[in-house]
Design a protein around this ligand. Structure first.
Ligand code: UTP
Length: 276
């Protein structure tokens, strides 16, 4: 497959798509970006940035939009204080997505900042709680095939995800022969779902440029990944750790509880709450 020429390349750039509307969190996301919702004292995007840094990534691209300025303001502060993030000057870029036309469209907006190299994508609202960086673990296994993080979900939930059609599995990877964005319970080929971590060839931009809107009328990243399977394959990485869909109230609440559980004082608060 012609994706293999990328084998020796390190993944050095990450895209954070933060241009979504966050409708499931209206009204708060009318004025506060979903990615700025907090798990305790840090917003979701902070955890995503930490994950990228822990993976050794050195260039950070945010795809932002009208109403998302607080993300830039937040990182201005973080980068001015090296105890938070010690990064080189000029290693962060912001590019605008003029309209929220979908995740695939958001990634396409980063085209000119990526150039001819493979890159990572992290969706901050997919929060993964683990001591290892999920994207870092994926990078260690990157061989030039497009790669996504994959987890098993309940069959009733397949319609919320991109679902892999499995060719074969190893202990760590699911090799997919196809992928379907938000299939119905009846038509889903498996319960292996894509969550928001991707390692992609830059060739995806040519595909995205010519892509028609898919599920929900949006330009879907999954549809572009599907078109590239003959040339670039598709591997789902079975990541370790707990993942929370913090784009939903249930997911964010559950993430907060799980993080709180790790803090002794907060654990006491929870114990008291259940005792009262
Ligand atoms: P979601 O699929 O969760 O969409 O985006 P959303 O619009 O943010 O949320 P809802 O469904 O309206 O509640 C997954 C990731 O892709 C980004 C989001 O910001 C989020 O990080 N995204 C989505 C964009 O950057 N642009 C888009 O047009 C859509």
């Amino acid at each position: 497959m012609d994706g293999r020429w990328e084998i020796a390349l390190k993944i050095n750039k990450v895209v954070f798509p933060v241009g979504g509307l966050g409708k499931r969190f209206f009204p708060i996301t009318r004025v506060i970006p979903k990615e700025m919702l907090g798990i305790m004292d840090k917003p979701l995007i902070h955890y995503a940035f930490e994950e990228a840094m822990a993976a050794g990534i050195e260039k950070f691209i945010f795809v932002t939009r009208h109403g998302k300025d607080s993300i830039e303001d937040y990182f201005d502060y973080m980068f001015a204080h090296s105890e938070y993030f010690d990064i080189k000057i000029g290693s962060v870029c912001y590019v605008r997505q003029n309209e929220p036309l979908g995740l695939g469209h958001a990634v396409l907006c980063a085209k000119n900042l990526i150039g001819n190299e493979p890159f990572a994508v992290i969706s901050a609202d997919d929060f993964i709680l683990h001591n290892k960086s999920c994207i870092g673990e994926m990078i260690k296994r990157y061989d030039g095939s497009n790669m996504v993080a994959a987890m098993n979900v309940a069959r009733r939930d397949v319609c919320k995800y991109g679902i892999l059609d499995v060719d074969y599995e190893t202990d760590e990877l699911i090799i997919a022969k196809s992928v379907d964005e938000k299939p119905s319970i009846e038509t889903a080929k498996s319960t292996h779902a894509i969550v928001g971590r991707y390692l992609l060839s830059h060739k995806i931009f040519n595909v995205l440029e010519n892509l028609k809107p898919g599920a929900g009328g949006e330009i879907q990243l999954t549809d572009a990944i599907l078109q590239m399977i003959p040339s670039h394959g598709l591997a789902g990485f079975k990541f370790e750790g707990k993942r929370f869909d913090c784009g939903s109230k249930e997911g964010l609440f559950s993430a907060i509880l799980n993080v709180a559980k790790q803090d002794e004082t907060l654990r006491h608060v929870m114990e008291n709450f259940y005792r009262d």
